[in-house]
Design a protein around this ligand. Structure first.
Ligand code: 6GU
Length: 228
């Protein structure tokens, strides 16, 4: 999988070099390239935004600068993801879908977002015919300062589903097993007693049927407790 991210703050993406994602890039399983939007500005001040037509608060990012930046990384068979709090909510199902993609391009908007003609332009049939699909995505119902952190959340959750990226594929199988609405059960490790709190007896019983039953009832209870 090849990932490009376009941003005015490339430094935000430094953590992607750590841990399993860093290893997956070293092994060639994954390539992640971060691009500075300002490299595509056309004036001496490196302007990336301007006041909105029609008035109102904040600034809007320039279509021309974004168009130049996106054209620089665009390939056939790509998903162009525009990060905006007004987008479709990201979830595990979208992560699973995007984990099969060949190329992902993340456009990280700041301020009041990107001129809407960018979305409109890359949604045209000439791009659809090249199997380029545009989507606006949000990671949840709260407002961030920009799309960078949202893109990183998506990159981490998508890439760990790419075969070979996660250390232990068994935990993936168990996760998908739990996808139909069950949150995971509580886990315990040594010691058997900690600050007066004991590990549930059933987990020490060696009775795998009883353990499975206990875990599924605990997962259900946890889901109820933590539901909004
Ligand atoms: Cl993708 N961008 C911003 N600015 N805020 C968000 C978001 C994205 N997703 C949730 N909140």
């Amino acid at each position: 999988m090849k990932i490009d991210a376009i941003t005015i703050f490339p430094e935000y993406f430094a953590p992607l070099q750590l841990s399993l994602l860093g290893k997956a890039q070293e092994s060639g399983l994954l390539s992640i390239n971060v691009h500075d939007l300002r490299a595509h500005t056309t004036d001496v001040h490196h302007t990336v935004d301007d006041a909105p037509y029609g008035g109102g608060a904040g600034m809007v990012m320039l279509a021309d600068v974004w168009g130049n930046a996106i054209d620089g990384v665009l390939h056939d068979d790509a998903d162009l993801i525009i990060l905006t709090p007004a987008g479709r909510r990201f979830d595990q199902q979208m992560a699973e879908e995007l984990s099969h993609a060949k190329r992902l391009i993340f456009a990280c908007g700041r301020y009041e977002g990107i001129d809407d003609r960018v979305r409109e332009h890359y949604s045209q049939t000439q791009y659809a015919d090249r199997n380029i699909r545009v989507r606006e995505v949000s990671i949840g119902d709260y407002v961030l300062g920009g799309g960078e952190v949202a893109a990183m959340v998506m990159i981490e959750s998508i890439t760990r589903l790419v075969p070979g990226v996660l250390g232990n594929p068994l935990s993936l199988a168990e996760e998908s097993h739990n996808e139909e609405g069950y949150l995971e059960y509580p886990n315990f490790t040594r010691p058997k007693e900690w600050r007066g709190l004991e590990v549930p007896d059933v987990l020490l019983s060696g009775n795998h049927g009883a353990i499975a039953t206990w875990r599924s009832s605990q997962a259900r209870e946890r889901k109820d407790t933590n539901s909004n």
